[in-house]
Design a protein around this ligand. Structure first.
Ligand SMILES: [Zn+2]
Length: 260
């Protein structure tokens, strides 16, 4: 587009970087145009109208002018600023991870309405008090499915038979379950108990509002965390930085409602 032309987009802030004395560059995930970057001039000045709109996770309408290098954010209408996420370290950590996952997975200017809507749903679930770990696992599985990598849990990927017993052998590199009947197991298999396999099936099939009623035992959460994280890592071929932060929080035994 020609410099100076204006456009608007419905967007969520994925990332922000401070530039110069008072400006911020933000990565927006827009419903209409996929990921775009824009500069919010003066956003760090006291009383700037762009301050809240350039915070992480903010959802709203953004008005931009096409610039020579970076588009310029001229005006915004905030629809949701997710105060409950911001006020809770564990929720912030999980929302940050989700935003980084989207940022890592999408190219600029590639719209994906379903991915946008899934991201927005995940933020509202975190805001609404749903267990952040359940939201993160749900989001990972839904995003992998949207990218064409829905894990197979019901049949062995090599011999097509239903796994014997309740527990399954999950191989991230194979894309789901493999069995011992049809050959040696791949090196990367992770054992999932019957309860964990069922939990993963429920997360794959669930509508977002159903997450409010889900509760998983700590052992199930741990198994899902490792299996799905390796799966995402294999598919994205990239470390997601905030994982370390979430693990550090867990190691520190941080209370869920601590102010961030
Ligand atoms: Zn098999």
């Amino acid at each position: 587009m020609e410099a100076g032309r204006t456009y608007r987009a419905t967007a969520i802030v994925l990332r922000r970087v401070n530039i110069g004395e008072t400006d911020r560059v933000i990565a927006l995930y827009t419903r209409e145009k996929g990921k775009i970057s824009g500069i919010a001039k003066g956003a760090r000045k006291a009383l700037s109208k762009l301050a809240g709109a350039s915070e992480l996770f903010t959802y709203g309408r953004y008005f931009l002018a096409v610039g020579r290098e970076l588009d310029i954010i001229t005006q915004t209408e905030i629809r949701e600023s997710f105060p409950r996420i911001r006020g809770d370290l564990k929720r912030v950590a999980h929302a940050t991870y989700i935003a980084e996952l989207v940022n890592a997975l999408v190219e600029e200017h590639e719209a994906n309405f379903e991915l946008f809507d899934t991201l927005l749903s995940a933020l509202y679930l975190l805001e609404g008090g749903v267990d952040p770990e359940i939201v993160a696992r749900y989001f990972e599985l839904q995003v992998m499915s949207l990218m064409g990598y829905r894990p197979e849990l019901d049949r062995c990927l090599r011999c097509d038979r239903a796994p014997a017993g309740e527990g399954v052998m999950f191989s991230p590199s194979s894309g789901g379950v493999v069995c011992e009947e049809c050959g040696p197991l791949p090196d990367d298999v992770i054992y999932l108990s019957g309860e964990s396999a069922t939990a993963m099936r429920r997360l794959l099939a669930a509508e977002p509002q159903a997450l409010k009623d889900m509760q998983f035992a700590p052992a199930v959460k741990d198994e899902l965390f490792h299996a799905i994280r390796w799966y995402v890592r294999y598919r994205t071929d990239r470390e997601i930085k905030s994982t370390e932060f979430i693990q550090a929080l867990a190691a520190a035994g941080t209370g869920a409602e601590e102010a961030g």
